[in-house]
Design a protein around this ligand. Structure first.
Ligand SMILES: [Zn+2]
Ligand SMILES: [Zn+2]
Ligand SMILES: [Zn+2]
Ligand SMILES: [Zn+2]
Length: 125
């Protein structure tokens, strides 16, 4: 019987103790998520492969040889290259021409797990 009361006491006391120790995380406002520091919450970063230009920095357009335009002998004039559309190089294969890539750290969500509460939304002293 004494043992039973002891267990009962633990069941009542433990949640009270835990509750007293738990604090709302002020850093993430209890959401458990904070804005990604690497992309400033945008969810994407400038493509490092093409420096955000969306154009390959390593290759030139095979069609216009990097000029961005081709000479049309029939009309006797220069025309915008139909392959690279004047860029002079193919699209960056890493970002598919967008110039930005999904943030590696937050996987594009723009937020990361709060480092203070480890995503729980509360902290314990
Ligand atoms: Zn937090
Ligand atoms: Zn071209
Ligand atoms: Zn790129
Ligand atoms: Zn990010």
């Amino acid at each position: 019987m004494r043992y039973f009361i002891f267990i009962l006491g633990l069941v009542i006391i433990i949640p009270l103790v835990l509750q007293a120790e738990v604090k709302d995380c002020i850093y993430c406002d209890t959401t458990g998520r904070v804005g990604c520091l690497y992309c400033n919450g945008a969810g994407f970063q400038e493509c490092t492969s093409c420096y955000g230009t969306g154009v390959s920095q390593f290759q030139t357009c095979y069609h216009c040889d990097g000029l961005g335009r081709t000479y049309n002998e029939f009309f006797n004039r220069w025309e915008l290259c139909s392959v690279c559309h004047g860029r002079g190089a193919p699209k960056c294969s890493v970002c598919k021409g967008r110039g930005v890539v999904k943030c590696y750290f937050c996987k594009g969500s723009g937020t990361t797990k709060c480092p203070y509460c480890k995503g729980r939304g509360y902290t314990k002293d």
